[in-house]
Design a protein around this ligand. Structure first.
Ligand SMILES: Cc1cc2nc3c(=O)[nH]c(=O)nc-3n(C[C@H](O)[C@H](O)[C@H](O)COP(=O)(O)OP(=O)(O)OC[C@H]3O[C@@H](n4cnc5c(N)ncnc54)[C@H](O)[C@@H]3O)c2cc1C
Length: 380
């Protein structure tokens, strides 16, 4: 099944990404995941193929299209490339670049957006801190103005692509407490005082690197502030909606992949003289999986269309993320069950997807925070 919004153009994009990911990712997927890294050369290849530019304006080096194209492209990358870790690592610009694209200066767009879309630079978004991720308005990394620079001091953690990013788009406190005192700045890797303090080991998403970052008196030029000083919080909120949309879409894709693997295995595997699909209980498991995927896809598709039209949709994004997350957790768990003992082995794809799935109720805003957003919007 595809999204209801898809046109012939999306079908062509699916084909293009499927061909590319089958050739460039799938043959190495298991190895990259086990090694907890994919080669840095993949950025250049994806950039040259126009894949990193999907959904970005041509004037900034993108390939055109909108968020619907990004959703479709990332689904095919997961389905055909078979490595969620490499897909999310390669796609970290999907959360790092939008603030620069939407609010950055022309110089920032030329210096930071274009080279990332060409696969020449790597970007990361750094909001979460060791002291807490959900309470974004409480962040403590400080940026103090000193002439034409800000002096940035603090820590960030759980940063996707953080160990090899050429620059990070960081949330910093430039003003007083609360959300009114927060700005977004671009911190370049070679800034004295910037360091990767730790590479973090995770439950899933192994091929994607995740870092703890330290900012010890980094002097960041004022020209690297994105948009207005102390107006960063609004930018995050818009960014969070897009991030949640993309995470929901990844959940749909992972679910689809786990479901396909489970159907193929159930057809092939024999027990008590017949294939697993010969048992009603297994057929019903597959039917439940297919139904939940259809529901998650429908909601994620609606969000994609509304967000693409420019509607303000934080609650719908929260609903879609929770629905798709629950679907992904359920489908991957059932897929492992259908595989039996083989589902518990590291060599089996569904085992890896089951681990990858655990991130989604946490990353990009937890399940509980999504429900807080829905509660506020509904006015309980
Ligand atoms: C693999 C991975 C990649 C990530 N990538 C990035 C990245 O690239 N950039 C980035 O900035 N961050 C990233 N994150 C961080 C992620 O967004 C945070 O982990 C997440 O927002 C939760 O923050 P926390 O871990 O500090 O949990 P906490 O905020 O400490 O929450 C702990 C628990 O308390 C609950 N809780 C907190 N507040 C409330 C409340 N008000 N009501 C009810 N329950 C509450 C939470 O739901 C959760 O269950 C990543 C995380 C992971 C694991």
């Amino acid at each position: 099944m595809t999204y209801l919004f898809e046109t012939d153009e999306h079908a062509a994009l699916r084909q293009q990404i499927r061909r590319w990911a089958s050739a460039e990712m799938a043959p190495h997927a298991a190895e990259w995941e086990e090694n907890e890294a994919f080669p840095v050369e993949l950025y250049a290849k994806a950039g040259a193929a126009g894949i990193l530019g999907t959904g970005y304006p041509e004037s900034m080096g993108g390939s055109g299209g909108d968020v619907g194209h990004v959703v479709v492209a990332s689904e095919e990358m997961i389905l055909a490339g078979k490595t969620v870790g490499a897909t999310v690592g390669l796609g970290s610009h999907g959360i790092a670049l939008p603030p620069i694209v939407k609010l950055g200066s022309a110089t920032q767009q030329e210096r930071f957006v274009r080279p990332v879309l060409e696969g020449k630079k790597i970007s990361a978004l750094a909001i979460t801190e060791p002291g807490g991720g959900s309470d974004v308005a409480g962040l403590t990394t400080r940026a103090v103005r000193d002439g034409d620079h800000y002096v940035v001091t603090g820590r960030k953690t759980f940063i996707t692509s953080g160990t090899r990013a050429d620059f990070v788009v960081a949330a910093v406190r430039t003003g007083g407490p609360g959300h009114g005192g927060v700005s977004m700045v671009i911190v370049e890797r070679d800034t004295p005082g910037f360091s990767v303090s730790k590479k973090l080991k995770k439950t899933g998403w192994w091929a994607s690197d995740t870092a703890e970052l330290a900012f010890d008196g980094c002097r960041v030029p004022v020209s690297n502030v994105i948009g207005e000083e102390n107006a960063g919080f609004v930018a995050f909120m818009v960014n969070f909606t897009q991030e949640r949309l993309l995470l929901a879409a990844q959940c749909v894709a992972i679910s689809e992949l786990a479901y396909r693997e489970a159907v193929a295995y159930a057809r092939d595997r024999q027990a008590f003289g017949k294939s697993l699909t010969g048992f009603q209980v297994i057929r019903h498991k597959l039917a439940d999986m297919a139904s939940r995927i259809a529901a998650a896809r429908a909601l994620t598709g609606e969000l994609t269309v509304r967000y693409g039209r420019g509607e303000h949709t934080p609650a719908l994004a929260a609903m879609a993320k929770n629905t798709a997350t629950d679907c992904c957790s359920f489908v991957c768990d059932e897929a492992v069950q259908i595989f039996g003992g083989a589902g518990y082995l590291r060599e089996t794809l569904v085992e890896r997807l089951y681990r990858d799935a655990r991130l989604y109720p946490i990353g990009g805003g937890t399940r509980e925070i999504m429900n807080e957003i829905i509660s506020k919007t509904e006015g309980y």
